[in-house]
Design a protein around this ligand. Structure first.
Ligand code: SF4
Ligand code: SF4
Length: 91
C-alpha cells in the first residue's frame, strides 16, 4: 500500500482463479459473445491447474483482445472475496 499524489494505491493481488468474479457477473466480452446468461459459458474448472480458467482468453484468435481489455494478469478485481483463500470447483 502506498500513496501517489495523495491517492492511496493498493498493490494488486494476483488472480488465483477462484472464479468469484466471473460466476458473480459475466464480463462484457461474455455478454457480447453469448448474450445475457446466468453463467458465463467460457468459464471452466481446470482439474489440471486446480483453478478456474477462461476459454476465451486461451483462444488463439480472441484471446489477446480479451486479455487486454479485461486487464488479465494485472491483479484480482475482488481481492477481499473469501473464495480466494479456498479455491475449489463451485459449480
Ligand atoms: S475474484 Fe480475483 S482471484 Fe478470483 S477469479 Fe476473479 S480475479 Fe481471479
Ligand atoms: S469471458 Fe472469461 S473473463 Fe469474461 S466472464 Fe467469461 S470466463 Fe470470465
Amino acid at each position: 500500500m502506498a500513496f501517489e499524489s495523495g491517492v492511496l494505491i493498493h498493490t494488486p493481488l494476483i488472480c488465483v482463479g477462484c472464479g468469484w468474479c466471473c460466476l458473480d457477473h459475466p464480463c462484457d466480452q461474455s455478454i457480447h459473445r453469448h448474450g445475457y446468461t446466468d453463467r458465463c459459458p467460457e468459464l471452466f474448472w481446470s482439474a489440471e491447474a486446480s483453478r478456474y480458467l477462461c476459454a476465451m482468453a486461451m483462444d488463439a484468435d480472441a484471446g489477446a483482445y480479451i486479455r487486454e481489455v479485461q486487464r488479465m494478469g494485472e491483479g484480482c478485481c475482488a481481492p477481499q472475496n473469501r473464495w480466494r483463500t479456498d479455491v475449489k470447483q463451485r459449480d
